[in-house]
Design a binder for this molecule. Structure first.
Ligand code: PNS
Length: 165
């Protein structure tokens, strides 16, 4: 059983990592699928996002990281994946996730989405909030960036520092 764990991962967070680790207990292999969509103007290039994810999943077996563009359902067919794995932080996430799951099942017959409820420690956090905190924080001389350690791995913190300091 192969599951895709798709997302923008701009950048990967400890919340993503928690879902990957828990998903790895449920599936034979996880393909972390990084959306390559320059139109979204991500902070990190797709190569940077993949590099950070590869570092984050070091030591977790049966997980690989790949880029995709276009339709996720087409990428699932290419990978031979029958499942999409996503984290669910809030009720608001549910609205989007349910529509995506339904659309993806129409796009590929039998493509099932499995939603894992986020650990409460990460439920309020998102990559966009992390980018916002890092951007404002590094612009402020009094910023103690150790605060970022509760949300991201050190390699991500270093990259955020390089981008924003
Ligand atoms: O991390 P995100 O931005 O919440 O992830 C959303 C993502 C990348 C999973 C979704 O936007 C996606 O798969 N986009 C690719 C295009 C596609 O297949 N869209 C239709 C999904 S129903």
């Amino acid at each position: 059983m192969t599951a895709l764990f798709p997302g923008s991962f701009d950048p990967v967070t400890l919340g993503h990592l928690d879902i990957i680790k828990r998903g790895e207990q449920m599936f034979d292999q996880i393909v972390v699928a990084v959306l390559n969509n320059p139109a979204k103007s991500p902070l990190f290039t797709v190569q940077e996002r993949i590099g950070l994810l590869q570092e984050a999943v070091l030591g977790i077996s049966d997980v690989r990281v790949e880029a995709y563009s276009g339709l996720l359902a087409e990428f699932a067919k290419k990978c031979g994946a029958q499942y999409i794995l996503r984290g669910l932080r809030t009720e608001a996430d549910g609205v989007y996730e349910i529509s995506m799951a339904q659309a993806n099942r129409r796009l590929m017959d039998g493509l099932e989405t499995v939603l894992l409820v986020s650990d409460p420690a990460y439920a309020y956090m998102s990559a966009s909030l992390i980018r916002e905190i890092a951007a404002a924080g590094y612009a402020d001389s009094g910023f103690d960036d150790r605060v970022l350690d509760q949300w991201v791995i050190p390699a991500v913190k270093n990259m955020l520092k390089r981008k924003y300091l």
